[in-house]
Design a protein around this ligand. Sequence first.
Ligand code: DP6
Length: 414
Amino acid sequence: MTKIYEATVTAPVNIAVIKYWGKRDSALILPTNSSLSVTLSQDHLSTRTTIRASPEFSTDRLWLNGIEEDISASKRLVNSITTARKLRAALEKKQRDDGVASEDIVLLSEWSIHVCSENNFPTAAGLASSASGYAALVSALGALFQLPQSTSDLSRVARVGSGSACRSMFGGFVAWRAGESNDGSDSFAVQVADRHHWPDLQALILIVSEKKKTISSTAGMQTTVETSDLFAERVRNVVPKRMAAMEKAIAERDFGTFAEITMRDSNQFHAVCLDTYPPISYMNDVSRSIASIVHAFNTARGRAAAAYTYDAGPNAVIYALKDDMRDLAELVTYCFPRGSTILSEDFYADPFNMFGSADRIGQVPTDPDVAQLATATGQFPAGSVRRIIHTEVGDGPCVLPALQSLLNESGMPK
Ligand code: DP6
């Protein structure tokens, strides 16, 4: 029987608390500023990817969520795969130089590959899957090619696929150091703290729209770099201070500081988008209402108990500690009732069993202060928030056993 050369991995989604927005080199994907994110649990959001290399494959092929895509049409895919192949070729050369017998060196770098990739969350959820997608691709190539490089080194390969993907190469809390060199050698991700450092931190993702964003991050950030004056101030003076303060807040598990910086940085990112010419506006009325409700919740608590952040779209991610999450989930599900076309388990699955039973979801909150806030805010039209994903901090990419492969014996999707 011929040996199969294959690897299957899963990789997580990450949500930035200090945003990456702006490139100083679009081909290598080098950012104008450092950024910092939280990796979310793969129980709720992850991409699984299987890659097989075989001398029998005539060309590289890719299937994404069951549909075949043309790899050669995406420069970024080609870049990531070519970079990983070069690392493999260097390893094969080293084996030769070290005197390994030629029949013992497997020339994986010269074979074509089949890539099959699936998300465990609906693509229609309106969540960017490029970060988990490229992190899974590069992790699978790293495992298949048995690359000796460190995770930070491999994060540079994920970065050339999509900037934010380099942060999905680690679990926990992750910084992407912008670096200064023109070749990108010092622009990579590092883990600031692992997932066990702050186990009480959770996230509630409010899907406001399942539509694809109107202006892609790639195009939007380029126009910002070219036209916004505010942006220069952000890059030069604001982000460096915030990166240091955020890392300190995480090290000290200081949620109040973490929350304030997170909200301010999201607000500034969207302000910079509005300062772009022509302006870019990703948040909508529902997004803005969610931000107001979070501030009202914090006022009611007398401290920053929850923090919103928005990427290049209207969906909100709200970070809070476990102890505050129940009241927050009650408030949010009361103010934003489930639409009639969505099943209750698809609207809010309650994975941490906050409510006890599904019919409690959407009732007036139990805590009197939160109940008062909820009734004063009132209810938005049903379906304004389409679905809610409740999750926590998670691990980086994981290698799965061969049984979990997405490819069948002949290397085609199962
Ligand atoms: C708003 O990583 O999607 O989510 O590098 O062009 O692929 P490209 O952009 P992408 O941008 C993400 C921007 C953001 C902020 C963030 O994740 O830091």
